[in-house]
Design a protein around this ligand. Structure first.
Ligand code: ZN
Length: 249
């Protein structure tokens, strides 16, 4: 009798497993699709992102990807759809993701119409380029100095193809120039935000950098500027210093 019961229970178990499996297969739960673009684990629910941004994410352009000293880019992350931005540059070419390049061109034209001549000194930087840049500061002084003036490779927003430097010197004095003031007033209208504002150093992990702007799209830019937020605050993502900062002390 006990043997029969055990057998019956076992058979029921097998039937249940088979049923669950077939339902999962039918609904394609077991099928693993390749991701549209390399994506990182980040706190914060992507469903909270505005709908247009979500649509762009589906196309492989994660316009709200956050890079800071807590969240580096994945080793294999490469921006999709880079192209040259047709704007005045300090030297060489400035490459950006297509949407950011178009927005930058639009912003330069609007500035020009207001009699303001913007110039771009940096856009996309590859991981190798950021590595070489960081290492040059390490070699010149030391790692502590390099961390003060330059992001470590994979920790620079320039590696996303969504960030630009819009001042030649990249010092705080830019905020008082005609160009710096025009940008502070109008950049958001074109989808760009001042990424490292004054007074938010502990949130962003970076010093006030009035020449560094980040493309986030018009909707997010408006919300960020209206509420005087950083990207970290807007997306509820942790920022601040490198977790391993003591390594260099
Ligand atoms: Zn920059």
């Amino acid at each position: 009798m006990t043997k029969k019961l055990t057998l019956a229970a076992f058979l029921m178990g097998v039937v249940l497993i088979l049923l669950t499996g077939s339902i999962l297969m039918k609904n394609d739960f077991l099928h693993v699709y390749p991701p549209v673009a390399p994506k990182r684990e980040q706190p914060g629910d992507p469903m909270d992102a505005p709908q247009d941004t979500l649509a762009q994410q589906m196309e492989g352009m994660d316009l709200l990807v956050v890079v800071n000293k807590r969240y580096p880019l994945a080793e294999e992350y490469e921006p999709v759809g880079l192209r040259q931005a047709n704007v005045a540059v300090v030297d060489g070419n400035v490459m950006l993701i297509d949407a950011a390049a178009s927005a930058l061109e639009e912003m330069f034209a609007a500035a020009s119409a207001d009699g303001v001549s913007l110039v771009c000194s940096a856009g996309y930087r590859s991981k190798q380029r950021q590595e070489a840049l960081y290492q040059s500061y390490v070699d010149a002084v030391d790692a502590a100095y390099a961390d003060e003036v330059c992001a470590r490779p994979r920790y620079s927003e320039h590696e996303t193809g969504l960030a630009v430097d819009l001042s030649k010197e990249m010092d705080e004095g830019f905020v008082d120039t005609v160009e710096g003031q025009w940008l502070a007033e109008h950049a958001w209208e074109h989808g760009f935000v001042l990424r490292y504002p004054q007074g938010k150093e502990e949130v962003t992990g970076f010093p006030f950098t009035p020449g560094h702007y980040r493309y986030v799209g018009k909707e997010a830019a408006q919300a960020i500027v209206e509420k005087e937020l950083t990207m970290e605050e807007y997306l509820d993502i942790e920022g601040g210093e490198y977790a391993s900062m003591e390594e260099h002390e």
